[in-house]
Design a protein. Structure first.
Length: 238
């Protein structure tokens, strides 16, 4: 027999499920004409073992969570030049949803020997976008944004990368330019609709704190700007 505490727990959990379903539904309602472009996990799941074989020498994922792992591999398909680049995906308490950075010892290694890591926020107290709340399509877009950063890092010498990181940390103008450029690169690679859904979901999600949304508005492309970049890319590719 269920006790009173169990009933309260089940009631609260039911409300949470309804809220999450409503949030996801709102995202689709905002952009019904582009939902057909969204990536579906079931269309890629049968390729997971093949992806593991393809990337086993150069990619490491700390948490073998099926959706996260598959989203990472699918995003990599849009960056073929990163096939042999050493990249690890790790969960860690950070101040953003995700971040991409070179390993700390990059300064003493050649460009070809560098290792990179994508850190994903593991904190349950995080007031921003939790990766577990993202759809598969949005998760691919989010990771695609981080891979765009790694692509840029990979083009720089060690000295240039040190200078780049310094500017990123201390110049708001450079920070905005860098994040805008990563968004635009993800769109050019074909991940615009994935990025669009994720950013739209962020702004419509009542669980995310206002200050996190304001920071996103300041440094990243808005949903409207992402759609404009998608149209521009599609016109260029005609």
């Amino acid at each position: 027999m269920l006790n009173f505490r169990s009933l309260i727990f089940l009631f609260s959990w039911s409300i949470l499920l309804v809220e999450n379903q409503a949030i996801a539904q709102n995202t689709i309602e905002i952009a019904p004409e582009i939902s057909t472009h969204f990536l579906q996990q079931e269309n890629y799941i049968d390729s997971l073992s093949d992806y593991r074989k393809l990337y086993k020498r150069s990619k490491r994922i700390q948490k073998k969570e099926e959706m996260l792992e598959l989203a990472f591999y699918v995003a990599l398909r849009y960056y073929p030049e990163l096939k042999d680049t050493k990249i690890s995906v790790k969960l860690k308490k950070i101040k953003s949803t995700m971040m991409a950075q070179p390993d700390a010892d990059f300064i003493v290694k050649s460009r070809n020997d560098r290792k990179y890591r994508i850190l994903i926020n593991s904190s349950k107290e995080f007031n921003g976008m939790n990766y577990e709340d993202l759809s598969f399509n949005s998760l691919v877009g989010w990771i695609g944004h981080e891979l765009a950063h790694i692509t840029e890092y990979n083009q720089k010498s060690n000295g240039q990368l040190v200078h780049f990181i310094s500017n990123y940390l201390f110049s708001r103008k450079h920070l905005k330019h860098t994040e805008n450029s990563a968004d635009k690169e993800a769109v050019k690679r074909g991940l615009g609709y994935s990025l669009y859904e994720g950013v739209t979901f962020l702004f419509k999600n009542p669980k995310i704190f206002k200050n996190y949304k304001e920071r996103n508005k300041e440094y990243y492309l808005s949903p409207t700007e992402i759609l404009a970049e998608i149209k521009l890319t599609e016109q260029k590719n005609k």
